[in-house]
Design a protein around this ligand. Structure first.
Ligand code: HEM
Length: 231
């Protein structure tokens, strides 16, 4: 128990926990994208998938709580690390140009917080469904499932909503593109050749996720995906 507490208090320990909670969240983001891309296969797929998730009942709540805990720990420890870093520095940098840091790395806290705001809006939008009254008017599909397909189409037909999603997804990609390279360092992997390659792989992966997610609002705005019922 004491060993665990010392590990938690040390900055290496904190970085490890940030990395592990980050991985848990990334796995969710990959799974969620694969689930959402079913919109391209058709309404039966995505509506059925969403119904299956809800059928999980208490297990779904356990997963939700687990993810929520991962988000809170991830944010809490990164803020603590940022504060510790600032304290360890004798005075603020006089000329920021001398500091070798990428745009993504300098804005981890800011991008993280905007992503958090995006997630809160997203939950209100598609999970609790309080931002658009029309969602309550949607009839069930012919298979008796809630019509998540049409809900997404109506949701993304609004340019401001889609714009905010793309902004949130852009910042998420920026956050992940830096986060993935820090991840390998946090786990102690510091190889001259391998580390830059893994970092590049992480960046490519982050932007692939961005392309995958944004393809949904873009396809809807282009009229490639249309609602199956009219409101
Ligand atoms: C274009 C992008 C996205 C689309 C179309 C989308 C779609 C959806 C939909 C339809 C739901 C509700 C599922 C249901 O109730 O049946 C949902 C829930 C959720 N989404 Fe997304 N999502 C997107 C991006 C994201 C991103 C980037 C994140 C996280 C970083 C995220 C996190 C969540 C979470 C945490 C839930 C709640 C899951 C639950 O509690 O059941 N989503 N999303």
């Amino acid at each position: 128990m004491r060993l665990l507490a010392t590990f938690y208090r040390s900055s290496v320990g904190k970085k490890m926990i940030v990395a592990i909670t980050g991985i848990i969240l990334i796995l969710f983001v990959i799974g969620h994208l694969l689930g959402n891309l079913q919109i391209f296969i058709g309404p039966d797929w995505i509506n059925g998938y969403s119904e299956h998730l809800r059928d999980l009942g208490p297990l779904l709540w356990a997963i939700r709580l687990f993810l929520l805990a991962a988000v809170i720990i991830h944010i809490w420890l990164t803020i603590q690390l940022a504060v510790e870093n600032r304290r360890a520095r004798p005075e603020a940098y006089i000329d920021r140009r001398y500091v070798k840091a990428t745009f993504a790395s300098r804005h981890m806290v800011m991008s993280g917080l905007i992503v958090l705001a995006f997630i809160i809006y997203h939950l209100a939008h598609f999970t609790v469904r309080v931002t658009d009254r029309r969602f309550a008017l949607l009839k069930h599909d012919p298979l008796g499932h809630y019509d998540v397909y049409s809900m997404m189409v109506y949701g993304f037909q609004n340019y401001f909503v889609s714009g905010f999603y793309v902004l949130g997804l852009f910042l998420l990609a920026l956050h992940l593109s830096h986060g993935s390279s820090s991840f390998f360092q946090s786990l102690g992997l510091n190889d001259k050749k391998l580390t830059p390659r893994l970092a590049l792989g992480g960046r490519i992966f982050a932007w692939l996720l961005f392309a995958g997610y944004t393809s949904i609002p873009v396809a809807i705005l282009l009229g490639i995906i249309k609602p199956t019922q009219h409101l």
